[in-house]
Design a protein around this ligand. Sequence first.
Ligand code: PLP
Length: 378
Amino acid sequence: MIYMDYNATAPVHPEVLEAILPFYREQFGNPSSIHWAGRMVKGAVEEAREETAALVGCAPSEIVFTSCGSESDNMAIKGTASALRNRGNHIITTAVEHPAVLNTCLYLEHQGFRITRLPVNREGLIDMNELQAAITAETVLVSAMFANNETGVIFPVASIGAICRERGVPFHCDAVQAVGKVPVDCRGMEIGLLSLSGHKLGAPKGIGALVVRKGMKLHPLIHGGAQERNRRAGTENVAGIVALGKACRIARDEMAGGAARVGGLRDRLEKGIMALFPQARLNGHREKRLTTTANISFTGLEADSLLLNLDLAGIAVSSGSACSSGTLKSSPVLAAMGVDPAAAKGSIRFSLGRLNTDADVDHVLRVLPEIIERLQKK
Ligand SMILES: Cc1ncc(COP(=O)(O)O)c(C=O)c1O
């Protein structure tokens, strides 16, 4: 079995699993309790907060643990919209955000907010002049992602941060696909709010975080107790938090080496595919993207058939297209990039990670020609 769908989720790191087991056994306390059982876990939560903060360049007190990346995105956008409603009702985002951002903005649009969705060019990048021009006195938030989940394209986050600071507009960055893969620095990149998700970097599903930099005005999404400095009520997911801290620690140690190694595999996979199938086209900027991701259009083929056949051969990848009401709808991200619909319908995302090897790439390149040939005959 070969797994090349790391952008969907990554396997739990064995050291992370080891680190969290005690929190399902003897270290069961509630961190809000003042007795020994509570104290036992409180320290672990705070240590994880420090590790998480260290990976993304913020203060530990600026980390709010959440349940996932989607919750972090919702909290950042709805929380800011609610807190700054009196200042204005305009939000700027981009056409290629994850549904956790796009659908949250759509919800606010129905609530009376005006949403600007910045277009992207053929390489998946926004135009900084268009961002500048879109900001008005009514703008209460710019939400732009760090790295795209489908193409891996990396936005010029520091430049977006600088523009937002200059214009006095809060900047939220969905960095779910970037954290643990590329350096992320909230301070240096002037990011006010940053979303991340544990299951993309070796922690289990069900844990995420939102960085809320000092001075950001934000209403909570979940009301209740005083956990997370009154920003997010609910008894903490202690094991999840410890897992995220450990995964962040490992990422800090291994990120640079891992990105280079996986990048080598990804490049070899891409080259191999281009040689096998000359009609194949790479989607997204060639350099400004994650070293882990390859989004390739197999023009003339249907992505879902390709995906199914790869799955039968034990290879897990993903397609950007989704079948809705019997018709194959191609990815909104590729559509926003102006990828020809026929090419978009044949697009497959390979996203590699820690456990992939040279042998995996060899295997994919060995089984692909037969699959392509079979599908072309249909
Ligand atoms: C860019 C991006 N944002 C947000 C999310 C949502 O994260 P979660 O699955 O933790 O809710 C994802 C998940 O794929 C993502 O890729």
